[in-house]
Design a protein around this ligand. Structure first.
Ligand SMILES: C[S@@+](CC[C@H](N)C(=O)[O-])C[C@H]1O[C@@H](n2cnc3c(N)ncnc32)[C@H](O)[C@@H]1O
Length: 250
């Protein structure tokens, strides 16, 4: 696996968002289309580190990968839903022998990711998580979707995204989610990109309640494992939560 270099990101200034819910979704796509190259460069140079970490065993983004590996079999089939312009996690799992795929709604992201990782040519696809997905039922042993649902409004999540992710997940399969926690929406001035970014903020309990309706339940912490709801603060600083849920085995 690539050795990470840690950067302290320099992002300041934020205010409550007065954008409409649909504008936030659209603006996120515009942002990634404009910034795919820079975003990929930043991701290729560093793994995010966090403060105010609620779990003693969690340190940085590498632990997101470790958390999933502890829950699935070696070589399992996985999907990164919203893989971003580097498809970093797709590449890491693929390199480590997992049958890994990635999807993203922004063509520039897929294109940029393939420039970094040509070996993923048959594994990255353009797809929109607010629309039905073109995968058969029970396709994947695990799905990761990190810092993605903060770009999707609650109606879409409830009516399309979570039902679709559940449909394509095998019984007993695992979904890992990381997202900005809170209520409402937020717009920040991101000086790293010299650009404005807007996010939906969700309480993990609200998301878990929706997932429970689809037969997905929280993977608990057991004997210090990376389970339960983990909270971390990023450098913006914004609070994020991380958890895994498991689909009821058949
Ligand atoms: C902050 S990036 C995270 C990338 C990657 N998951 C990571 O952890 O580095 C958010 C990604 O979600 C993607 N995204 C946002 N809305 C989406 C949607 N409706 N369908 C698919 N991908 C979406 C964006 O294009 C972007 O690549």
């Amino acid at each position: 696996m690539v050795e990470p270099k840690f950067l302290n990101r320099n992002i300041v200034g934020y205010e409550s968002s007065d954008l409409s819910l649909d504008q936030i979704q659209a603006k996120a796509r515009d942002f990634y289309a404009r910034q795919a190259g820079l975003f990929a460069k930043i991701l290729s140079e560093s793994w995010s580190e966090y403060t105010n970490i609620s779990h003693p065993a969690f340190k940085n983004d590498l632990d997101l990968i470790r958390q999933v590996k502890e829950l699935v079999s070696p070589g399992a089939k996985g999907l990164d839903a919203g893989c971003g312009p580097l498809a970093r996690e797709v590449f890491c799992f693929y390199q480590d022998g997992y049958d890994m795929y990635g999807i993203d709604v922004v063509p520039e992201n897929i294109q940029t990711a393939l420039e970094y990782h040509p070996s993923l040519a048959e594994r990255l696809f353009l797809a929109d998580l607010t629309q039905p997905l073109d995968f058969p039922d029970n396709s994947f042993d695990f799905i990761i979707s990190n810092t993605v649902i903060q770009h999707i409004n609650l109606n879409c999540l409830t009516d399309v995204t979570f039902p679709e992710l559940t449909r394509i997940l095998k019984p007993g399969g695992v979904i890992q989610l990381m997202f900005r926690s809170g209520n409402g929406t937020l717009t920040i001035q991101d000086v790293e990109f010299n650009d404005q970014r807007s996010f939906y903020l969700y309480q993990p309990e609200v998301i878990l309640e929706i997932l429970a309706r689809h037969g997905l339940s929280l993977v608990p912490e057991e004997n210090g494992s990376l389970g339960g709801i983990i909270y971390v603060t990023d450098v913006r600083p914004m609070e994020n939560c991380i958890f895994c849920v498991r689909k009821t085995p058949s």
